[in-house]
Design a protein around this ligand. Sequence first.
Ligand SMILES: CC(C)(COP(=O)(O)OP(=O)(O)OC[C@H]1O[C@@H](n2cnc3c(N)ncnc32)[C@H](O)[C@@H]1OP(=O)(O)O)[C@@H](O)C(=O)NCCC(=O)NCCS
Length: 227
Amino acid sequence: MKQLEEVLRPPERNLPPYPAKSIYLASGEKMVVRQASREEVPILLEAVAPLTTVERDFYDIVASRTYAELLGWLRYRVRDEYCLVGLIDGVLVGLVNGRTLSKKIGVSYHTIAMRRGLRVGAHLFAAKMEYHIEYLGQDEVYIVAESPIGFRRWMIEYPLVERPQVHHELGGVMSWALTRDIYFAAKPRLVAGERPVPANLMATAAKIKLVGAEALITQVSGKPGQA
Ligand SMILES: CC(C)(COP(=O)(O)OP(=O)(O)OC[C@H]1O[C@@H](n2cnc3c(N)ncnc32)[C@H](O)[C@@H]1OP(=O)(O)O)[C@@H](O)C(=O)NCCC(=O)NCCS
């Protein structure tokens, strides 16, 4: 049995860590962005699950796929995945995940903003690009959008370039790419945050807290408790 499990598990690389940073949001709040550990996946699944029924802005498809990806990480069924979380006073306000395809190529999976109107998602996506380019030292990241807001945020704001020959692993859609040149050109505009995070602020982000399903649905869809 143990032998079979070894066959079922993809080999894993030891990815360099993402150093935490803090971002001053338009609301005046500070969001800590840090790497999540595999041990934290169960609480992330709990956070994402209520969004799988929210049709607004394609939260349902994005949350369902993110749920499967995170579960795949927990159960050792995906190769080289990582997840970064955004926390305000320890409360989860968004997350991003992705993986490495090879030493030089990264794959962006998903971005979910759990609080709207503060560019939490945009900041977290930028942190994910920062991780691939500056900490993993990759040449480019394959990206797709599953929603018009995502398309506006990534393809247009950076802007990304098309990679028509690459069918992204999220549904086989044509990939777009963030190259090193695109990243460094966009960095002054889009990549925010300060390091190191002061110890007292970092301490608030040690344990992930959730707002609860009803409040979360209201936050993302504007409708209390229903999608
Ligand atoms: C795409 C996403 C990550 C962007 O996050 P973000 O940068 O924090 O942006 P928000 O979601 O707060 O805002 C997006 C737009 O909705 C508007 N908006 C703000 N508050 C809102 C609210 N409470 N409800 C609905 N829309 C709101 C904003 O005005 C913003 O418009 P803008 O582009 O002109 O600024 C986020 O919208 C999201 O999680 N969407 C669902 C999942 C998804 O599509 N992920 C990306 C897959 S490619």
